[in-house]
Design a protein around this ligand. Structure first.
Ligand SMILES: Cc1cc2nc3c(=O)[nH]c(=O)nc-3n(C[C@H](O)[C@H](O)[C@H](O)COP(=O)(O)OP(=O)(O)OC[C@H]3O[C@@H](n4cnc5c(N)ncnc54)[C@H](O)[C@@H]3O)c2cc1C
Length: 394
């Protein structure tokens, strides 16, 4: 069968793009593997194997903010159509322990421009009064965004996108692609499973894995970094006590940890409640274009190497929390460099590409919306500038 459009990559952005495309009258398929049960057998992995991602609206740039707003505006519709809950509007707190920074200075203007509700905190005392669970040093300043900021569940968001995609007539394949060839008439896609698919247009949404498996004729400028997550296991009672804890983005910057993000205790698939914290570590791995090194990291990487430093950082922020156990998880982050926004663009009239940065779970539905409009109409929807999201190639 010759599809009108095929999306490669069943991650957060790929599924969002596929859902938006499926609202047109065209034949759409999406191809990509599920989360692997056996890491040793998987060729590619993803940035979304986890139950919590911070959601906020005020982004690092205006272009990110627009995508975040577009995404959250769609959440009620998507939750209603799919019947799958994926969003918790518990709020998001941003704090810089040393005072005002570039983000906070821009945030006031950005919040006003995009009509986003925010509350600013000028001192540690003010922060303490509103958020007694967190401890910040003297001189801290911050900003709180109420709901719909909070957190989202990546697996549930993907499930919701695919649920609606299927209801709209979309087709799902679980293959892993190992070649994309543009012919005169169509684009041919081959897979490791030995299947061949054909489409008039193709969108590549393979995240950190865009530069592998012969998906693209040119390599995208993406910095690929290992990401380690600390999961603090809590009793049900402790999780209940922290049930109104907002997400936190904390610009802690020490030689051991930098740029902390955390989400409130969430029930994970193993039935336990975990509070999740992530950050940059001095020994994070920068993979370059080495798929073997990434596979090694996902399969057997030593994510526990810095558990002590991460635990101590968390204990400093939340000294009153009773933790039963700590575990770590491995992940990968792609980052765009030039404009720092997700990529949304094309290689030619038939082949399109999108890839996220480190904060593209929260805006994934917005990216999908813009990408789908661009593929179908040939231009960006009103309010979005193509130059802000232009893919950069090496
Ligand atoms: C630990 C961690 C914490 C994060 N925290 C946040 C946060 O709090 N808030 C936030 O907004 N963002 C966060 N992010 C970033 C966010 O998860 C990513 O930006 C987001 O997942 C990007 O979506 P994507 O669709 O581009 O990539 P992915 O979600 O990684 O999806 C890419 C998909 O492509 C598929 N694929 C790859 N190669 C092929 C192939 N050859 N054939 C077929 N399919 C293929 C993969 O299987 C995968 O499913 C975090 C990331 C990590 C790692």
């Amino acid at each position: 069968m010759l599809y009108d459009i095929i999306v490669i990559g069943k991650g957060l952005i790929g599924t969002a793009t596929a859902r938006h495309l499926s609202m047109t009258q065209q034949s759409i398929a999406i191809i990509g593997p599920d989360e692997p049960e056996n890491m040793d057998q998987a060729v590619v992995f993803s940035s979304h194997y986890d139950s919590g991602r911070v959601q906020r609206m005020v982004g690092q740039t205006d272009a990110m903010t627009k995508l975040n707003v577009a995404a959250v505006n769609q959440y009620p519709v998507l939750a209603h159509l799919s019947g799958i809950p994926f969003h918790t509007g518990i709020g998001c707190l941003y704090v810089n322990p040393t005072g005002t920074d570039d983000f906070l200075m821009q945030a006031k203007r950005r919040a006003h421009q995009f009509g986003i509700e925010t509350k600013f905190f000028a001192s540690t005392d003010e922060l303490r009064q509103s958020f007694p669970e967190f401890v910040f040093p003297d001189g801290a300043k911050g900003m709180f965004e109420p709901a719909p900021a909070g957190h989202i569940s990546p697996p549930n968001l993907i499930m919701a996108q695919l649920n609606v995609f299927k209801k709209n007539g979309g087709t799902i394949f679980k293959d892993t692609v190992n070649g994309v060839t543009v012919n005169n008439r169509c684009i041919e896609i081959t897979t490791y499973q030995g299947n061949i698919f054909q489409a008039k247009k193709v969108v590549i949404a393979a995240g950190a894995f865009s530069n592998f498996s012969k998906l693209l004729p040119r390599k995208l400028d993406l910095v690929l970094k290992s990401e380690t997550v600390l999961l603090a296991r809590l009793s049900s009672a402790e999780a209940e006590r922290l049930s109104t804890l907002p997400s936190l983005l904390y610009e802690m910057d020490t030689p051991e940890v930098e740029g902390i993000y955390l989400t409130q205790p969430i029930r994970y698939p193993d039935g336990h409640h975990y509070l999740k914290m992530g950050c940059n570590l001095p020994h994070d791995i920068f993979f370059g274009n080495d798929l073997t090194a990434i596979q090694k990291w996902f399969r057997k990487g030593d994510s526990a190497a810095h558990i002590k430093e991460m635990r101590e950082a968390l204990q400093l922020i939340m000294p009153g929390m009773k933790v039963d156990d700590y575990v770590t998880k491995r992940c990968i982050l792609p980052r765009t460099q030039k404009h720092k926004n997700p990529y949304i663009g094309k290689i030619d009239e038939q082949l399109f590409v999108t890839a996220g940065n480190g904060w593209s779970a929260m805006c994934s539905d917005g990216v999908g919306y813009v990408m789908a409009a661009f593929v179908v109409n040939g231009n960006f929807p009103a309010g979005f500038e193509a130059a802000d999201y232009e893919p950069v190639f090496l």
